[in-house]
Structure formats: structure tokens, C-alpha cells
Design a protein around this ligand. Structure first.
Ligand code: ASP
Length: 336
């Protein structure tokens, strides 16, 4: 038998709270009307029986909001807190509770900008904390189990919901209300079995210490807008984006990122005026290849690879802190 003195100390996991439905309240059953971001992170942690057998847990509230109110400033602030927390040699991992609506954007920003290889796990819930069959407690327990595991080191930012482990690079919210709301472009990278993470694969693109943006001293990000394209798009729409001071645009095209001929001319003109334009697609899966359906070289555009508009917006904003050259931005999209 192992004496208490010989037992390996539990990993030290800090749970950082930002709000969302996981901290929501007000639902009588499986109701969808409730207020997100109400219950403090300490109460969420303390309500889970057995969580302290997985890790030595501390917690801190960063903000308390519905994640549709996230913006670059708040996301950069969260990044600073995560980075600062992980810099403490006594801390082994961070869990970040977050609303599911913009979880993919915050997760991807942290994935690209934090060099630490200690586990960073985002977690949320689709049902508020006081709903019947609330999913938050089980998700939080699974997130702490994932964060506490040495297997999660160096995997980049992970998102745990519904017993699945997703890489921040591929995660997308796919359903408005169901508990199994998340999916990944190429499938989850692991799952939780018996309170332990089991990984099946690893993210391959640049992230963490290998990212171009690792620990970059970024205090704000340039505005990047999103337009869902269509034939006959009024030129005034694009003019408004330029007039708003946007530095970049995610253009959501059809199919393989196709752009109607009349809109191609507008985009090409905007590109010559200095707007960095990335083509992506409204289709849920697949890649938008450079010079595939659209002559990017001739039009001065950038192909968005397999990133959707929301995560692409994060990468484009980061890329614009380095360069405005479309070919260099293309290189960043090809490698991150
Ligand atoms: N509106 C909520 C939020 O993103 C939804 C959720 O957390 O599931 O904050």
C-alpha cells in the first residue's frame, strides 16, 4: 500500500470563469430561456462531487458574460490571464469556462498565441446550471480530468464537451440547442473514457510555441469583418466595410469559395485599396484552395484553406499584425 507521503501530488489546475450557459440560471426543466453568466466559477467547481480527487483546484473569475459579447479586447485579456496563470511554476494546467457561442474563436486565439505547453482546456455547456440534466457539471469534470492529464501537454488548446476532446483549430458549433452541439472538421482528436482523456490524433498545423504569434506582445487586433457573398451583392456593402476602417475581410463564398463575376471585380478593387480579403465558404466541410474556383493571384485574394469565417477572422487579424501582403498572409493560412 502506498503511504500518503509517497503518493504523487495531485496536479494543480486553475479554473478561470468567463460566464456562458455553463454559469447560466433560470431554466425550469430543459427550457431555453435563461440568463447566461450568472453563477460564479467557484460555485460551479464546488458543486461537482469528486472533482477534488482529480486535481488540486483553484479558481478565478475573469468576467461574467454571455459569450456573444466577446470581442478582441476581452479575448486578448483572457489570453493574458491564461498566460500569466500558466507562468506560475506551481500551476500545471488551466481550464477556462466559456459560453459556447464564441468558444471556437477564443479557443483558436489562445491556440495561436500562447506558447506554454501546459494543458489549456475550454469547457462550456448547452444547458444552464439549474436545468434538469444540466450538462455543465459533467463537462467541467471531464475538462479538469483532461487538464490534469500529462497526455494533454503540448496538444494545443483543447475544448471538452459531451465527452469529446476537440482541437481548437477544427472545432465548430454545429447545433443551437442540443447537448452534442460541437463537431470538428476532421473529427474530435480524443474522448473521455472513465474520467481519463484518450487521444486518437494530434493537431498538425503550427500552434503554441511553434505559432508565428506565440506570446506576441499584441495589445489590440485590427478590425476584420465578415460578408456572406451572393450574386448581385450591392457595391455599397463592400464600400461600407472599407469606410468602417476594416483592415481585413472574410468573404464567405459559395461551394468551393466561388465568387460571382460582378463581385470578383469589387473584391479585386478593394484588395488594391489595401483590404486583405480571405475567401472561405458557406459549406460546412472541405477546403478552399488557392486559385481553385477563383483566380486569387489575379484578384489579389487569399484562400482560407479549411477555416470557417469565424476562426479565419482570428487568424487574419493576427496575420495583419505582421503583414498586409496577400501572399505572406496566404503562407500564414497555409501553415497555421
Ligand atoms: N449564449 C451562451 C453563451 O455563449 C450559450 C452557451 O454558453 O451555450 O454564452
Amino acid at each position: 500500500m502506498t503511504s500518503p507521503a509517497n503518493r504523487t501530488p495531485l496536479p494543480h489546475v486553475v479554473v478561470l470563469g468567463t460566464g456562458g450557459t455553463i454559469a447560466g440560471s433560470g431554466a425550469a426543466a430543459a427550457d431555453t430561456s435563461y440568463v447566461a453568466g450568472v453563477i460564479d466559477v467557484g460555485s460551479l467547481v464546488r458543486a461537482i462531487p469528486g472533482i477534488d480527487a482529480l486535481a488540486r483546484i483553484d479558481y478565478r473569475q475573469i468576467c461574467q458574460i454571455d459569450s456573444c459579447d466577446m470581442d478582441f479586447a476581452r479575448q486578448l485579456q483572457i489570453g493574458d490571464v491564461v498566460r500569466g496563470t500558466l507562468a506560475d511554476p506551481d500551476v500545471d494546467a488551466v481550464v477556462l469556462t466559456h459560453g459556447t457561442d464564441t468558444m471556437e474563436e477564443t479557443a483558436y486565439l489562445l491556440h495561436l498565441t500562447i506558447s506554454s505547453d501546459k494543458p489549456i482546456v475550454l469547457v462550456g455547456a448547452m444547458r444552464p446550471a439549474d436545468a434538469i440534466s444540466a450538462d455543465g457539471p459533467g463537462n467541467l469534470l471531464a475538462a479538469v480530468a483532461t487538464a490534469a492529464s500529462p497526455l494533454s501537454r503540448g496538444c494545443g488548446v483543447l475544448v471538452v464537451l459531451d465527452d469529446q476532446i476537440h482541437s481548437a483549430r477544427h472545432l465548430t458549433k454545429k447545433h443551437t440547442t442540443r447537448v452534442g452541439a460541437f463537431g470538428s472538421t476532421h473529427g474530435p482528436i480524443g474522448e473521455i473514457v472513465a474520467r481519463r482523456p484518450r487521444f486518437h490524433t494530434q493537431p498538425l498545423r503550427r500552434y503554441g510555441a511553434d505559432s508565428m504569434f506565440a506570446d506576441a506582445p499584441i495589445t489590440n487586433l485590427p478590425p476584420v469583418e465578415i460578408i456572406v457573398g451572393r450574386a448581385g451583392m450591392p457595391p455599397a456593402l463592400l464600400a461600407a466595410v472599407i469606410a468602417s476602417g476594416a483592415a481585413g475581410l472574410m468573404y464567405v463564398g459559395h461551394g468551393h469559395g466561388t465568387v460571382p463575376v460582378d463581385v470578383q471585380d469589387l473584391l479585386a478593387q478593394a484588395a488594391t485599396e489595401g483590404l486583405a480579403i480571405v475567401r472561405t465558404t458557406r459549406v460546412a466541410g472541405g477546403t478552399v484552395a488557392r486559385n481553385g474556383a477563383v483566380p486569387d493571384d489575379r484578384l489579389g485574394l487569399i484562400a482560407g484553406d479549411d477555416l470557417g469565417a469565424e476562426k479565419g477572422r482570428i487568424l487574419l487579424a493576427l496575420a495583419l499584425t505582421h503583414t498586409r501582403d496577400p501572399l505572406q498572409i496566404q503562407q500564414i493560412f497555409d501553415t497555421h
